[in-house]
Design a protein around this ligand. Structure first.
Ligand code: GDP
Ligand code: MG
Ligand code: ZN
Length: 248
């Protein structure tokens, strides 16, 4: 069954998976954002306002991997702070990343390459430019985009439902999703490291197979953080995630 363009997925009702299944027969499903049958998740980060919530980004990357969905990191708003965009690219060196500016029509060709022939969703915080990027793929979509709320510098949540679009010139189905700011993960702390590509590489050198890369001696991951081969900020956010899971 082919998905119908313009189909709406009720994002507010997370328990209502049946409505999504009716649109797209599921081969994989992610709870947040509530989308199914995806080849790829495009995680959009903003290099300017709103500043990216990288803890949320890391959790989404874990979630995508766990769901068997290949993540692509789209660093948007490069026109606002190109240096920071490059710094983000470095933090996520073990991922597939592209740099874009929806405002200046930069990197749209790279975006097209990443979605060609695929079914993808755009995920990420509110106001990072998800809907703006989809408009750049086909201006006739005319998606509503929103400014930042002056008071909070947070997004105004213009997109309220996950909506499916067909991009003709690259034969791609694209799901726009509303932004969100947090979610709970249903994972055990000892599973988390397995979803970090860079930890899998350097974890082979840990003394203990069950190493959490936290307080254990002879840890290959901690050594790689010291040498700069693993990004320290990514590692520190990882510790925050596993410690928050310990508290529960
Ligand atoms: N400077 C700049 N602003 C952008 C860019 N992309 C989107 N915006 C602006 O950011 C705001 C939020 O965009 P929107 O597409 O609604 O974000 P969404 O909530 O992620 O769908 C709007 O005011 C856009 O015009 C960009 O690349 N550069
Ligand atoms: Mg939007
Ligand atoms: Zn270790």
């Amino acid at each position: 069954m082919k998905p119908m363009v313009g189909d709406l997925v009720d994002f507010a009702d997370l328990s209502g998976y049946s409505s999504i299944e009716e649109i797209l027969p599921r081969k994989n499903a992610m709870k947040r954002p509530a989308v199914a049958n995806l080849d790829r998740m495009l995680l959009v980060l903003s290099a300017g306002k709103p500043m990216p919530d990288l803890l949320l980004a890391d959790k989404l990357l874990i979630q995508a991997k766990q769901s068997g969905i290949h993540p692509v990191i789209v660093i948007n708003k490069t026109d606002m702070d190109f240096q920071y965009a490059q710094e983000l690219e470095k933090q996520y060196a073990y991922y597939d990343t592209i740099l874009t500016s929806a405002k200046d029509h930069e990197g749209i060709d790279l975006l097209e390459e990443k979605i060609r022939g695929k079914c993808v969703c755009l995920a990420g915080q509110s106001a990072v430019g998800k809907s703006s990027l989809i408009n750049r793929l086909d201006e006739s979509f005319g998606l509503e985009t929103g400014g930042l709320s002056k008071k909070t510098d947070r997004g105004k949540h213009t997109t309220r439902q996950a909506e499916l679009f067909y991009v003709e010139n690259c034969d791609a189905y694209v799901v726009d999703t509303p932004g969100f700011s947090m979610f709970e993960m249903n994972l055990n702390k000892d599973e988390i490291a397995g979803y970090y590509p860079e930890f899998c590489t350097f974890g082979k050198q840990c003394r203990f197979i069950s190493c959490l890369h936290d307080r254990e001696p002879d840890c290959g991951v901690k050594q790689a953080v010291e040498t700069g081969e693993i990004n320290r900020e990514r590692y520190e956010r990882y510790l925050r995630i596993i410690h928050s899971l310990e508290e529960k």
